[in-house]
Design a protein around this ligand. Structure first.
Ligand code: SAM
Length: 353
């Protein structure tokens, strides 16, 4: 379904650019909300797209956009080089502040930043802050979407940057269970997820039921890499970790280095390009927002898991008690068992035979 905030930004990309020489270049700053908006715009030589989501990058490339997949690193953009940047604000404040600060650097004098977001996402505050930074700005409201148009004037060069909590840097998080590198914008970025902790606690018992110890591991949707790191004492010969989010992959790699682990870190949409066979697949899937479950994404994770699992292998998923994963898994797996449960979570063991 089309995101209403993205919809407000599309006209800036659908209209023709300023001139045929590529002057008036436009930048589309796209996060996960943008996926369904991509096909509404025709790729043009003066539109570049930057995204921190692999699936968005993949689709944008298919559609012919000049695309950069990165954790919103704008280092390849020269100062004063972009005429129009459009950005549907992200969930995390440090990410939004980072992007507004960077836009001030890469926009040409007289260039415009167009922001959009929903009322309950703090968009009004972001527009106000951007107004202070740019020294001007206009806000508009359509339904529950606010848009802000900020034009870069000379005074924008000297105003104090918004506090982005040093977004670009990974930082060391110390918890009672584990020290790890992470950053805002990642799932549960500064804590250990209770569901994942439950999986790790019960994993030795669950894999002891297998005919032999696993030699290869896939951490599907690895985030900063908690599940991979927690296998560091297992005698695995091969570890692969994959995620859709650029920041997650940076953190995963940093944690592998920190713990001196060999992990192949792969940017991918649901491991679509990863080759089988894995003896063990671990996953804390991103299926639900509150109580609503994304059935399509559930199916995609299960389908890929069945493709990637070795014939004798085992996958272990942790999900909230209310998620009917067992039913959705019947299509792909012969053996489906609840291996453990507590008040909040259940661990589902999946095997092909
Ligand atoms: C609930 S988090 C689990 C993170 C980590 N494995 C843990 O246990 O803490 C789900 C992860 O899936 C990732 N994810 C979401 N959609 C994805 C996709 N299409 N392909 C790969 N990973 C995805 C998210 O970026 C997030 O890191």
């Amino acid at each position: 379904m089309q995101d209403p905030a993205v919809e407000q930004l599309l006209p800036y990309l659908q209209r023709p650019g300023r001139d045929a020489a590529g002057n008036g270049s436009r930048l589309w700053i796209a996060d996960e909300n943008t996926l369904h908006g991509l096909s509404a715009v025709t790729a043009a030589h003066d539109i570049a797209l930057i995204t921190n989501r692999f699936d968005v990058a993949q689709r944008a490339r298919e559609l012919g956009f000049a695309t950069q997949f990165s954790d919103f690193s704008f280092s390849t953009l020269e100062a004063d080089s972009i005429q129009t940047a459009v950005y549907r604000v992200s969930k995390e404040k440090p990410v939004v502040h980072h992007i507004i600060n960077e836009a001030r650097r890469f926009l040409a004098p007289g260039g415009e930043l167009v922001l959009a977001g929903l009322k309950n996402e703090g968009i009004k505050t972001y527009i106000d802050k951007a107004k202070q930074l740019f020294g001007n700005g206009v806000a508009r409201k359509v339904g529950n979407v606010y848009t802000g148009n900020l034009v870069k004037r000379d005074c924008a060069r000297t105003s104090a940057a918004l506090d982005d909590k040093n977004y670009a840097q990974l930082r060391l998080i110390r918890t009672s269970q584990l020290d790890f590198y992470s950053k805002p914008g990642l799932f549960g970025w500064d804590k250990v997820d209770q569901g994942s902790a439950f999986l790790v606690e019960r994993l030795p018992g669950i894999i002891s039921a297998a005919p032999g110890p696993p030699a290869s591991l896939l951490d599907l949707g690895c985030g900063y890499g908690y599940l991979s790191i927690m296998t560091r004492d297992m005698p695995l010969e091969r570890r692969t970790a994959t995620d859709n989010n650029a920041a997650a992959l940076l953190a995963m790699q940093e944690n592998a280095n920190h713990y001196a682990m060999q992990v192949e870190v792969v940017a991918d949409d649901c491991a679509g390009g990863v080759a089988p066979d894995f003896d063990l697949i671990l996953c804390n899937p991103p299926f639900h927002q509150g109580f609503s479950v994304d059935a399509q994404l559930t199916d995609k994770f299960l389908r890929q898991t069945s493709r990637l699992l070795a014939a004798q292998g085992m996958a272990v998923f942790v999900v909230n008690q209310f998620i009917p994963l067992e039913r959705a898994a019947e299509k792909y797996f012969k053996r489906i068992e609840i291996a453990a449960r507590n008040k909040s979570f259940k661990l589902i063991r999946l095997a092909l035979r």
